[in-house]
Design a protein around this ligand. Structure first.
Ligand code: S3P
Length: 188
């Protein structure tokens, strides 16, 4: 089976989409794209500033426009923002010519990985864990519904996650076949 034209990573804040996406792109010989970083570059401002000035709605409009543009880019691995699944109109843009990978991560891991972060406006409050929990309950079914592959990332190094993803994306290798038997078809 040939590689998909695009690989799209979805999942919550702290799932490791950017780190894993960059490493996966290198392995596949694809270009790495990070929609949040491109929005920031284009805007000349960081995400907290965009949320402050334009509100979450303004950011979501920019995000949809960016996903539309990036859906045309082949041979790419795209890391999306955690809320990219919230607008229905984004779904076909995420799926277009793509294998969608959900990096599934426990709330504990999300909390741990976002603890010191100041660049995520939705978490700048007294109880970021409660926010992450609430977002998870709404978004997990959306991530799952869109995903061709659900990949658990807890207690795995980015390197291991990338190796497992490469195996899933190249299903003809003997190692992949052994791995599928061992770990189950839908959840590695
Ligand atoms: C958001 C996640 C962020 C960023 C923005 C909103 C969200 O991206 O797009 O702060 O709604 O979950 P990461 O998932 O890369 O942190």
């Amino acid at each position: 089976m040939p590689l998909p034209k695009r690989v799209v990573l979805v999942g919550p804040m702290g799932a490791g989409k950017s780190t894993i996406g960059r490493m996966l792109a290198k392995e596949l010989g694809y270009r790495f794209l990070d929609s949040d970083r491109i929005i920031e570059d284009r805007c000349g401002a960081n995400i907290p500033w965009i949320f402050d000035v334009e509100g979450e709605d303004g950011f979501r409009q920019r995000e949809t426009a960016m996903l539309e543009e990036l859906s045309e880019e082949g041979n790419t691995v795209l890391a999306t923002g955690g809320g990219a699944v919230m607008r229905d109109e984004n779904h076909p843009l995420l799926k277009k010519d793509a294998t969608v990978i959900y990096l599934k991560t426990s709330i504990d891991q999300q909390v741990e990985r976002t603890r010191k972060d100041r660049n995520r406006p939705l978490l700048q409050n007294d109880d970021p864990e409660a926010v992450l929990r609430k977002l998870f309950s709404v978004r997990d079914p959306l991530y799952t519904g869109l995903a061709d592959i659900v990949m658990y990332t807890d207690r795995k190094s980015p390197r291991l996650v990338v190796r497992q993803l490469v195996n899933r994306l190249n299903p003809r290798t003997p190692r992949h076949k052994r791995q599928i038997r061992k770990e189950g078809r839908n959840h590695v």
